[in-house]
Design a protein around this ligand. Sequence first.
Ligand SMILES: [Fe+2]
Length: 321
Amino acid sequence: MAKALVSGYHHLTLSTDGAQEDFDFYTKTLGLYSIKRTVLFDGTIPVYHLYYGSKSGDASTIITTFPFRKPAIYGRRGTNQSRTIMQSIPVGSSDYWVDRLNGKGIPAQKTSRFGLTRVVFAHPCGIPHELVENPADTRLPIVNPAQGTTEQTAIRGIYGGGIAVFDLDSMNEFIEGGVGLTLEASSDEGRMYSVPDNLGPHSVVEILEDRTSKQGTWMLAGGTIHHLALNTGNEENQYALKARLEGMGFTDVSEQKDRNYFKSMYVRSPGGALFEIAWTVPEGWAKDEAPDAIGKSLVFPPWFEDRRAELMQGLEEAAFQ
Ligand SMILES: [Fe+2]
């Protein structure tokens, strides 16, 4: 068994459609908090980068999005690509969520996979989402009174990412010997791996077979999941994991990228999904906003100050309220 160099998820990142629609979905429909509003750091196209999660933006609760409506760049959901965003909810709250989502015009239904009850629905841009009743999850629910969620119903954080693959075996070495996840279940539905976690069994990666869809796009493009980010907790573990993966022959682990609030590396997995390994810098979200007011304003990293006017001009208009 490879030494655990990750502890749970850091965040999940997807490319969506409209900025206001995305904000409304995660804050008003799902009851998460806005924890940062900035822009895409890579490339030159002005696109928002929106972050949602617990009120203080704890790793393992964070969903981040790039709303691509204005540049009108859209992708194709398919196989060999991350498919499903999964978040954890308290046991017994599925019916509440089915009613809440349907009441907001989002078709939702209960189902079960790997023995766990789930609510299946989609983001307005089409990306599949699931709320999963995970009895092993001890994280405090992210109660948001303004949005009507309670201790009994609120999302606890990330449950995991579901990855569609053409070949179920393609991820074995990368997932187990590389990243260090543990196979927990295997069925005709696919495979379920637990993510090592210092704080308890909170999250998984699910590998789901799809031999019929076309290849999903890997670029940043609306309507698709871009990557799944695991938390290394610190820089030492991040470099050790990079070295382990490179030693196995996965030599495309990127250099470390400065994401202002955290430091990231990226690696493409054999099943097509892009993984990130990240750790939060000590200042975290309070680096450029007051700790009790994170996610309330539009902020740019210091190295983008000279682009502020151009970015403001190019960004989609949205009230974020
Ligand atoms: Fe990321």
